[in-house]
Design a binder for this molecule. Structure first.
Ligand code: UDX
Length: 445
């Protein structure tokens, strides 16, 4: 089938590449000519495991190409996937400018039936707006026979760092359609990805749009809930990791997304929770539950600073070595990463900061061009540091050489913002480890 994917950000690029890998003929579109140039040479503008290899293979096979020419791409495609950004607007709601402008361009370009698939994360009701935009423009051109089209909602559930795998082997595909005939085409398109027996869940468009926000807000709520439990654990001397196991083993609760930490970040949760709050507020539904989720997350981003201030009330000449700056492992993404607020606060307090991250350093350099000492490996950051602070749980931080850590550092405090270490293991090496929600925990139950 002929597909074009408008927007070559992380969702659009993964979508385009994975459809090409399944044998479809795919054109990726982006307004950024420099990005299109790089992509056409097979260079991925972002780090995502497995993506570069698939990109190369499919470009070479002639199934995947990139262009800035939206009309050309639309003229050659039955499916027009829209995967442009919906950033947070000034009032917290999703900004639909790009989505609607693509809809308008599609309307002005399409010459025959098209399936317009909205993959961008958009508030409930947007597909209807897109349909209105398309038909409105068509009417404006006074076409004698309006070109038929369908607008389909098809939210993505890709996790950064495993997006290719998530696309190739999804646990479900959600599709919202208003025309039952288009369900079959969408089912056919996704069938090869669902040989694992997982379902395409067909529903109406509004429910599909809502599913995305409800899912992300629920996951954010699980994290904030555990961060709140962790605050209680710290006060009473319980261990949040044990509580997680005890709770999560109930299949109704489940173990994933129950990790306390330094707060959630990334391009989705913070933006989607806020947008969902705005949606509720705009139709008179009280969203204080999710407002609280956000508030807890903001508090949690301050966890490291609190611990530093508790241990070193006077921070003169203090040096903090940071491991990890990406909002999570296996990505170079620092959007809304907890590291940004932690580093800003440390710099404001004139604390010396050194940092190592395997992928995110160029992004961080752009945000903090001065004041942070960037190092090429995890051990270089430690020289004369009073504190080691783990912010992102990259695998390479899992089993460090603690003796070397101890010998390089001036102090002995390890702040484990991702609960990767056992205090008893580090104590053997003369280091004292404080985790999230297990700081006061003193021994085996
Ligand atoms: C998320 C959703 O998982 C995905 O379905 C959606 O399409 C996009 O948003 P992503 O933003 O890539 O994906 O990251 P995710 O793995 O969900 O993690 C989000 C944040 O939550 C990270 O900062 C992570 O460190 C944090 N987190 C996650 C926790 O603090 N605790 C947990 O238990 C899980």
């Amino acid at each position: 089938m002929n597909i074009c994917v408008v927007g070559s950000g992380y969702v659009g690029l993964v979508t385009a590449t994975c459809f090409a890998e399944m044998g479809h003929s795919v054109i990726g579109v982006d307004v950024d000519a420099a990005k299109v140039d790089r992509l056409s040479k097979g260079e991925s503008p972002l780090y995502e495991p497995g993506l570069s290899e698939l990109l190369h293979r499919n470009i070479k096979a002639g199934r995947l190409s990139f262009t800035t020419d939206l009309p050309l791409a639309v003229s050659r495609s039955l499916f027009v996937f829209v995967a442009v950004g919906t950033p947070m607007g000034a009032d917290g709601s999703a900004d639909l400018k790009s989505v609607l402008s693509v809809a308008r361009s599609v309307a002005l370009t399409m010459s025959g039936y098209r399936v317009v698939v909205i993959k961008s994360t958009v508030p409930v009701g947007t597909c209807r707006l897109v349909a209105e935009e398309i038909s409105g423009v068509l009417d404006g051109r006074k076409l004698e026979v309006p070109v038929p089209f369908d607008v389909v909602s098809n939210p993505e559930f890709l996790k950064e760092g495993s997006a290719v795998n998530d696309f190739m082997r999804p646990d479900r595909v959600v599709v919202g359609v208003s025309n039952p005939e288009v369900s079959e085409v969408m089912r056919e398109l996704y069938a090869p990805f669902l040989r694992n027996g997982h379902p395409v869940i067909m529903m109406d468009v509004l429910s599909s749009e809502l599913t995305k926000y409800a899912s992300n807000s629920f996951l954010a709520m699980k994290i904030s809930f555990m961060n709140k439990v962790a605050q209680i654990c710290d006060k009473v001397g319980a261990d949040v990791m044990s509580v997680r196991k005890g709770m999560g083993s109930d299949p109704r609760i489940g173990l994933p997304f129950l990790y306390a930490g330094v707060g959630y970040g990334g391009s989705c949760f913070p933006k989607d929770v806020q947008a969902f709050v705005r949606t509720g507020a705009s139709i008179g539904v009280d969203m204080s539950l999710l407002e609280e989720v956000e508030k807890i997350n903001e508090q949690q981003k301050n966890w490291a600073i609190q611990k530093i201030v508790e241990s070193y009330p006077d921070q003169t000449a203090l040096k903090v070595a940071i491991w990890g700056g990406a909002f999570k492992p296996e990505t170079d993404d620092i959007r809304d990463a907890p590291s940004i607020s932690v580093i800003s606060e440390l710099l404001a307090r004139k604390v010396l900061v050194s940092l190592y991250d395997p992928e995110a350093m160029s992004g961080l350099r752009a945000v903090f061009p001065s004041g942070v000492e960037y190092c090429e490996n995890p051990y270089d950051v430690l020289k004369d540091a009073d504190i080691l602070l783990l912010l992102t749980e990259w695998r390479e931080f899992r089993n460090p050489d603690w003796d070397q850590v101890k010998s390089l550092m001036k102090g002995t405090l390890v702040l484990d913002g991702r609960n990767q270490y056992e205090a008893s293991d580090l104590a053997v090496h003369g280091l004292s480890c404080v985790g999230v929600g297990r700081g006061c925990f003193t021994g085996q139950p």
